[in-house]
Design a binder for this molecule. Structure first.
Ligand code: UD1
Length: 404
């Protein structure tokens, strides 16, 4: 057995980290060891979108980097396929393990299936039912060709069953992203990002530092930022919220480009991040460079509110108990609404403002959906080894049958 693990874009890295950790632990104590190979597609390449995550999460340096970089979706997927096919032909993996729903996920899964290599999909079955999102297409197609599908919530199991995926392929194991969060929580607490951003307020009657109230924003989905009127409307809503509470915005490169493109700079101010006292300006959103994993976790954990269009952040805020407003029409992670702190606000400014003001009144209560307990990667490894045992028994049986 040889597993080729794929990481490509920022949200992949926190998902592959606990899986690699579980394999390393297995290899320290058990025999035979699991042979594995880490491939970075290079979909994300900026230091603060990739390298800092590898450092923070202690992910080994990839064995191979395909260095595909940015391009249109068709070109990006095609380039990954061309380059990854060569890797598969040279390395002969028995399994390709892909996570999440990014272009690297579908591209590598397609290569594997054409070569008859088994596909393991971690975070399978999530559905927004919105086919205009590139991630939804990536999810549906990857699941359709995967051999082992690992899910994070019950809705994902139901979606896969409805799509005709056989029960034997579906494994409800919990959430690897939450494995990473729980594992790194203590380390993240030590980050001094709040001081760097001037958010610490030295309490008058106590020597203990206190944190000023603030919210955190992340937004980068093409549907939200690529169309001028839609983006402007969202920004106007956020600017209104910024009159009630400061908004700290670690800004994704795509969004940064779009702000320039649509000349929306007047709504934003670059935050120095040099430790000087934070100064709130009514209606202005405070931009900072994208943060590494530990700094972002610390920033999010101490926020009063998180505004986002990310998928993973809806899950992380649920576990942290931080009220979350999702700036989208839907979520593929409904458990964060039914059992968590998330509210789906839509993409119109009135809805976003209303949801944010309501969420600001909500108490911070951590929630733990079923199996989000830090052990998902271990369950995944167990299931992979179980499947390997079954396949080799079947192979032996076929061999014996042929001999007799
Ligand atoms: C991708 C994922 C999305 C995920 C997001 C997290 C797909 C279809 N989308 O979107 O699901 O939530 O990553 O970040 O795979 N860029 C840089 N430096 C980088 C990477 C990107 O400057 O390291 C810029 C480029 O201008 C690029 C743009 O960001 O064109 C978009 O990057 P891309 O990887 O195409 O998609 P994301 O929007 O990041």
């Amino acid at each position: 057995m040889k597993i080729c693990i794929i990481g490509g874009a920022r949200p992949n890295f926190m998902k592959i980290a606990p899986i690699i950790k579980a394999i390393k632990k297995h290899n320290r104590f058990r025999r035979p060891p699991i042979d594995y190979l880490l491939v970075h597609t290079g979909q994300h390449y900026d230091e603060n979108m990739s390298k800092f995550f590898f450092d923070d999460l202690e992910i080994p340096i990839p064995d191979i980097n395909l260095e595909v970089g940015s391009a249109s979706h068709a070109v990006q997927v095609a380039e990954i396929m061309l380059r990854f096919e060569k890797v598969c032909l040279n390395q002969n993996p028995t399994h390709v393990l892909v996570v999440g729903d990014v272009n690297s996920t579908i591209a590598c899964a397609l290569v594997a299936t054409k070569l008859g290599i088994k596909i393991i999909h971690v975070e399978a079955g999530l559905r927004s039912f919105d086919r205009s999102m590139p991630e939804e297409i990536n999810r549906v197609l990857t699941d359709a060709i995967s051999d082992l599908l690992f899910t994070t919530e019950e809705s994902a199991n139901e979606n896969l069953r409805r799509e005709g995926i056989s029960e034997g392929k579906i494994n409800f194991v919990g959430n690897v992203m939450i494995d990473t969060l729980l594992f790194h929580k203590r380390k993240a607490e030590k980050s001094d990002i709040l001081r760097k951003l001037g958010l610490m307020n030295l309490g008058k009657n106590s020597s203990k530092d206190k944190v000023d109230p603030y919210s955190v924003l992340t937004i980068h989905r093409p549907a939200n930022v690529d169309e001028e009127d839609a983006f402007k409307n969202i920004i106007q809503g956020l600017s209104e919220i910024a009159k009630s509470i400061p908004i700290i915005f670690p800004i994704h490169p795509r969004t940064q480009n779009q702000i320039k493109e649509f000349r929306l700079e007047s709504y934003f101010k670059w935050h120095s991040g040099n430790g000087s006292k934070f100064r709130k300006e009514d209606g202005i959103i405070d931009c900072i460079e994208p943060l590494g994993y530990l700094e972002f976790m610390k920033l999010m954990s101490n926020a009063r509110l998180v505004l986002t269009d990310s998928g993973g952040i809806q899950e992380e805020t649920t576990i942290l108990g931080i009220p979350c407003v999702t700036i989208r029409e839907n979520t593929e992670r409904p458990v964060t609404v039914t059992n968590g702190t998330n509210v789906v606000a839509g993409v119109k400014k009135e809805g976003i403002i209303k949801a944010a003001l309501a969420q600001l009144k909500r108490k911070s209560i951590p929630c733990t959906p079923a199996l989000w307990d830090g052990k998902a990667a271990e369950r995944i490894l167990k299931a992979i080894l179980r499947e390997k045992e079954i396949t080799s028994k079947q192979r032996d049986y076929v061999k014996e049958d042929a001999i007799s």
